[in-house]
Design a protein around this ligand. Sequence first.
Ligand code: S3P
Length: 449
Amino acid sequence: MSGHGTALPMTAHKSGPLRGTASVPGDKSISHRALIFGAMAVGETRITGLLEGQDVLDTARAMQAFGAVVQQQGPGAWTVQGVGVGGFSEPADVIDVGNSGTGARLIMGTMATTPITVTFTGDASLRKRPMGRVTDPLSLFGTQAYGRKGGRLPMTVVGAAHPVPVRYALPVASAQVKSAVLLAGLNAPGQTVVIEREPTRDHSERMLLGFGAELTVEKTAEGNVITLTGQPELRPQSVAVPRDPSSAAFPVCAALIVEGSDIFVPGVSQNLTRNGLYLTLVEMGAEIEFQNPRTEGGEPVADLRVRFSGDMKGIEVPPDRAPSMIDEYPILSVVAACATGRTVMRGVKELRVKESDRIDAMARGLEACGVRVEEDEDTLIVHGLGAGNVPGGATCAVHLDHRIAMSFLVLGMAAKRPVTVDDASPIATSFPIFEGLMTGLGATLKRDL
Ligand code: S3P
């Protein structure tokens, strides 16, 4: 929901060792999509393992506003009575998607080819983020959008009454934009084609196939050519949401940098469009064992055993890996600060338009904690000090960004002096059990009253 309550400052103290099992909540991307596709199917979709974070709850409320019936049956267990492709009714009020770019962009795509008018808003962070990247391709279907300067929320979107299918080559590597176009293509006649030069998370494609849509993905010299046949009848599904690899990244990285740690993290996605951080950590010398590979909820997963890794080295992260770890650069830069030598992250300008400008937020906070960084528009370089050598002793600004808050709290668990974040409340958007889970492993986190 938009508006922001009282700030919740929190301090992480030198901790550990971290021990035990870190069972992280359901995947945020898949949780949003399960609710949205469930709302577009005819009949009852059953979801287990849904992330009950604020972002996803805001999407659930939005689906209700469009006429779907969304009900919680138990912890993580939800049902959605869908209204069918093109069956959305016009909401009686503004759709408030809170902090969630995924919610905003996917829901815009979902209603874009139905003749209804919807006004979207969000919190102060989301109202700064660009929506033109979605409304530009949606306009090709015949959708109109009227937002603030720079394509910012609040924005009113008028769905196309007579949508035409589109062919669209993504100008940015963005799964949100890809998904918005595919969702809009569902209610357009004929074939909608999306071309992505660099592969991004493929949960929408997997789920569209699961719900019975006709979709093909062809690997060509131009990249992935995704072709969707419009106006299918989507069949309701049982969706088991796997755990979120982007949330797992926090206990995993904490264990790598907190001396003496040895933790078990079950069910971490090995989906090639999501596992870039884990490849990078292994290249840096992280001690991670990938055990019991299997499929869960349609996703390849493994259990991770993670041990403190005192001699990690900085590396050059291949820029073409960015889409598969785009949400993990903040926590990677914390690990980089505790490794020896430079970690170079290039091709990361998308970080500037996330929940905050993540290059700036990490650079300022790391500097305040005594770590040398270099940055330009598209690059972040962290000069690592080696395990146990980060001074800490600073308060870092979070800018309403859950991943910035969690990253600096993890840094504080390994730094010499405590690290405070000015507001830990945004963590509830994606990882509501973060504080309890981390303290359960042995971290010292204190709310500053
Ligand atoms: C997401 C896509 C990514 C990611 C976000 C979730 C999704 O955003 O940063 O947290 O679920 O599609 P972009 O598509 O803007 O890269």
